[in-house]
Design a protein around this ligand. Structure first.
Ligand code: HXC
Length: 257
């Protein structure tokens, strides 16, 4: 773990904190690589939910503009590929990922939040994709994930205008699920992560995959995948434990297998 990316894993819940407050947590290659490695290492561990957040007044104020300013076409594409890889790791993680947006989530920061399964925000959060104001575009998946999250109309308006919105507006358009007082944000994210962690891990994992892959499939194909996944869970110890615990009127003790 690097100084610029802090990690805490407690009771199966990982909290990854981008810690470069002097640059409002702007992401450079080293930080992206650290996040990539941290997420890779969590795969296959007993982590059941992860929270991504930032230190200070920013979640992530974007990709590092100073690092990008002199990039060649090839450098820029490689930087885009790296950010996409990290975003995809968040999206495809075998456990739910939650963005706790404590402050500025701009450009690449908003794009990383969008790659998480859902977003909670502080009342102080500001979100947006202001890249066109720099003469570039959202290059870590924003042009694709924002419309999928909030609909094409809101996405086009936000991306073309580069407008930055507050947490209340972000909640109104469905970009963030819920808004909390700054001091309550992380506790709220942890509380939801704990709820998730208490559920059957095989079931949550399978559900996440269906939710991710379904929109890329025809409805009949996606429904067939759901049928297969539902049936497959009956080959897990989690299913037997979950139903047995219900019938015995006790809390389940899931093992994730
Ligand atoms: C590099 C950044 C930065 C960034 C802030 N800083 N954002 N450095 N890259 N994205 C640095 C500032 O240069 C400054 O450093 C310090 O952080 C504090 O920022 P201030 O601007 O002084 O703070 P404030 O006045 O509060 O303004 C906050 C802000 C503003 C509104 C968030 O910093 C801002 O507009 N930042 C850029 C946001 C943005 O355009 N993001 C999109 C980037 S493009 P010094 O050394 O002066 O103290 C992108 C592309 C993704 O993300 C896809 C790539 C493929």
């Amino acid at each position: 773990m690097s100084d610029t990316l802090l990690q805490d894993v407690t009771d199966g819940i990982a909290v990854l904190t981008v810690n470069r407050p002097e640059a409002l947590n702007a992401m450079n290659v080293a930080l992206l690589q650290a996040l990539d490695a941290a997420l890779a290492a969590l795969e296959g561990s007993d982590v059941r939910a992860a929270i991504l957040t930032g230190t200070g007044k920013a979640f992530v104020a974007g990709a590092d503009i100073a690092a990008m300013a002199e990039m060649s076409v090839a450098d820029a594409q490689a930087f885009s590929v790296l950010g996409h890889r990290v975003a995809r790791r968040l999206e495809e993680a075998s456990f739910p990922t939650l963005a706790a947006v404590n402050g500025f989530a701009l450009g690449g920061g908003c794009e990383l939040a969008l790659a998480c399964d859902f977003i909670y925000a502080s009342e102080k959060a500001k979100l947006g994709l202001p890249e066109v104001g720099l003469g570039v575009l959202p290059g870590w998946g924003g042009t694709q994930r924002l419309p999928r999250r909030v609909g094409v109309g809101h996405a086009r308006e936000l991306i073309f205008s580069g407008r930055v919105i507050d947490a209340a507006e972000a909640q109104r358009i469905g970009l963030v699920n819920a808004v909390f007082a700054p001091d309550a944000l992380l506790d709220a994210a942890r509380a939801t992560a704990r709820e998730i962690a208490a559920k059957g891990p095989c079931a949550v994992r399978a559900t996440k995959r269906l939710l991710l892959e379904g929109p890329e499939q025809a409805l009949t194909e996606a429904n067939a995948a759901e049928v297969r996944a539902f049936g497959k869970l009956f080959g897990t110890a989690d299913q037997r434990e979950g139903m047995k615990a219900f019938l015995e009127k006790r809390a389940p003790r899931f093992e994730g297998r």
